[in-house]
Ligand binder design. Structure first.
Ligand code: F0G
Length: 360
């Protein structure tokens, strides 16, 4: 039998902040596919590969950091963890905490997280509270609670989270057999951008990568504090996962950009949905809207002439489409697709499909 994937802590123990005494709390995260995307290569003239992080156990990249954060929390004797979240962190924290036999508290912005994520956190027994504020308010409260009450913070300001998330960069280099020229990634709290850079930098310093790829990160236009250079008080975007006005890892992300000769850009919700459609209908990968912004960014930078033909490009798509599926049904006029209803009748169905009799 082939070697089975053992989760990111066991696969990369020598590169993570763990010891033999660390109890490994894992749901088998990591080892996600790196998928060649000929449709995106054709549109850009580059060789494009998509790192599909929706294939993690709770459907997002958060699991890579959460296996670390919860394992370390248990190692330190924590009985409860807390996080603020736009949805995915809460789903992941709840699942890993439950698996470890400890409890979780999650604070989410009222009415602003996708239903799949809300369902996950509740299913996994989190004490979930909807705060009458945005993500940034939730994070401030979570930080204060963890400083004054016996709840351990597992947001990406916890260094163990970034440590775990950097493993995706290791996998990309190993799967590709070389270092990409460019890496494209969505940006919200800016932890994942920071984590990928750290992973690429570590491999480069160890002689396992030839260089650090240029890190291109994208925020939604209505929630683009890093691009604007100042916090956004009331961030807005349909990409609820990245609806963040004051990223916790802002400074770290700027250093990562500078070290990698990288870039931050902002894109409209319309561009995000267009990329979402291209990924779904041309590549065959279903993601949530926030994830599609990395693809939108690639298309925009390519159209601007910034991506030389033949470049090797990797693109992270961060969360699964089933978490927030409504956008796939949305049409340009704002209504939802209504699939055609047909009777139980072969001839009529063939007619509706435009099929002409005869075998293939
Ligand atoms: N994509 C998805 C699907 C996310 O859920 C997030 C962040 C990001 C991208 C951005 O990553 O914050 O490290 O820059 N979600 C967090 C959450 C904030 O609470 O689930 P980032």
């Amino acid at each position: 039998m082939a070697n089975l994937w053992r989760g990111v802590i066991r696969e990369y123990a020598d590169r993570l902040n763990v010891t033999d005494a660390t109890p490994v709390v894992t749901l088998g995260e990591g080892g996600t596919p790196l998928i060649p995307a000929p449709a995106l290569s054709a549109r850009t003239g580059a060789n494009v590969f998509v790192k599909y992080e929706g294939m993690n156990p709770t459907g997002s990249f958060k699991d890579r950091g959460m296996t670390m954060a919860i394992s370390k929390a248990v190692e330190h004797g924590a009985k409860a963890v807390i996080c603020a979240s736009t949805g995915n962190t809460s789903a992941s924290a709840a699942a890993y905490a439950t698996h470890a036999g400890i409890s979780s508290v999650v604070l989410v912005p009222e009415g602003k997280i996708a239903m799949g994520k809300l369902s996950q956190a509740i299913a996994h027994n989190a004490s979930l509270l909807q705060v009458q504020g945005n993500f940034d308010d939730c994070l401030d409260i979570a930080r204060e609670l963890s400083a004054n009450y016996p709840v351990h913070l597992v947001n990406s300001v916890n260094p163990d989270r970034i440590d775990g998330q950097k493993t995706a960069a290791f996998e990309i280099i190993e799967q590709l057999g070389k270092t990409p020229d460019f890496h494209f990634i969505p940006v919200g709290n800016a932890g994942n951008y920071t984590a990928y850079h750290r992973g690429f930098r570590e491999f480069a310093d160890a002689g396992l990568a030839t260089h650090v790829p240029r890190m291109f990160g994208f925020q939604a236009e209505g929630s683009a504090p890093i691009v604007l250079g100042h916090p956004v008080k009331n961030p807005e975007t349909i990409a609820s996962a990245i609806r963040i006005g004051n990223p916790a890892s802002w400074e770290l992300a700027l250093s990562a950009r500078d070290d990698s000769n990288g870039y931050f850009g902002a894109l409209s919700d319309a561009k995000i949905l267009e990329a979402h459609r291209i990924l779904s209908a041309e590549v065959g990968i279903f993601v949530e809207p926030a994830s599609a912004i990395s693809v939108a960014g690639l298309l925009e930078r390519s159209a601007a002439g910034e991506i030389p033909a033949g470049s090797t490009v990797t693109v992270t798509v961060t969360g699964h489409g089933l978490k927030d599926p409504q956008w796939a049904l949305r049409t340009d006029d704002g209504s939802d697709v209504q699939p055609t209803v047909v009777p139980v009748d072969v001839a009529q169905i063939a007619d509706v499909l435009g099929l002409v009799k005869g075998t293939a």
